[in-house]
Design a protein around this ligand. Sequence first.
Ligand code: S3P
Length: 416
Amino acid sequence: MRARGVVRPPGDKSISHRVLMLASLARGTSELTGLLTGADVKSTARVLRQLGADISRIQESGVGISGSRLQTPDSRLNCGNSGTTARLMLGVLAGQNFAATLTGDASLRRRPMRRVTEPLKHMGADITARGDGLPLTIRGGKLRGLTYTSPVASAQVKSAILFAALTGGVAVTIREPYRSRDHTERLFAHLGLGIHERDGAISYQPSAISIPAFSLAVPGDPSSAAFLVAAAILADGGELLIENVGVNPTRTGFIVVLERMGAHVERVNLRDEGGEPVADLVVRPGPLRATEVTAAEIPTLVDEVPVLAVLASRARGSTVFREVGELRVKESNRLELIAANLRGLGVRAEALGNDLHVEGTEKPPRGRVDTASDHRLAMAFAVLGTVKRAAVRLSEKQSVAISYPDFFRDLKRCFG
Ligand code: S3P
């Protein structure tokens, strides 16, 4: 199969959530283009509408949002499958003078929330939960400032605290073990909100002014582009041009790792879009060699481990991903499922402690994959299914609607 053509990945999921929240808190009408139309972003829009925001239909061509003071919702806020919706909205709600109950689907209800509720409680939010997960009830109100060192490198934790500081009008300083994606910081800076970084600590000092309404074009999601990059590397020939991809260095660790593995991923036409670096990617097929992915690199590629593991299974040698225990609490237990599914396709792969080991092979992958309804597992293994003489059957395909509704159409068009 050859790579051919030009493709644009859907809008960045992380940025889409954040701009919807910020526009809902802003004074006036904001205009957003390039938003992801996936189910997770629709969950955020639905929750914000329940809180009184006026948001037009979510479409890539443009969405209008009239912000307002958020109001008590008349029912539970269902965050669907979206961890980002739940965790960031907890921050937004921490500074509101009313109670709201958040819940989600079975996968989301299993995911840890204490990492966010702990610091928010320190700030003065009143949160009642039965265990570590959803459903939970938050009553926001008068908050106090916080200086916090997060035990995990998590953009969701960091962003929840920043949103709480914004809605509560208090100052915060946050440190994290490794730098996680910095979209919230960039958006705050772009909107002129008082955010600074010094010696790795992020400080936000609220000013009296309210958030101005804004216009913004959301760049393409590098995490979605990663699947196309991977399929192009595994192709037998040709070249793929992937347009309008966000290349924020806190997100593009997968490109660094792929280059170390011998791949050619060229960034062209580098530009700035709303405070985020954006480029087009030119990808050509080629052989890969194994590598070691370090713990420090993981936050910059945390969502790309499934597809990198798939590529490692086609590389020469044995690849190890260090300290990927966090993958156990993503949309599924990704750590165990990557290893188990690779084994089911004839690849030697194992989770040892918090490390993931994958041995490359030239044998065609054949067998059934349990995606556990996890979008990134479905797409990663679909990519593996494009190699010569592969026979990969996915347990389901619908989950791609979470982050890349047109994934199978694009895959067929560029590699079919
Ligand atoms: C996200 C942060 C990451 C990532 C998730 C989106 C975000 O999660 O895995 O897909 O938009 O802030 P963590 O903050 O839990 O690392």
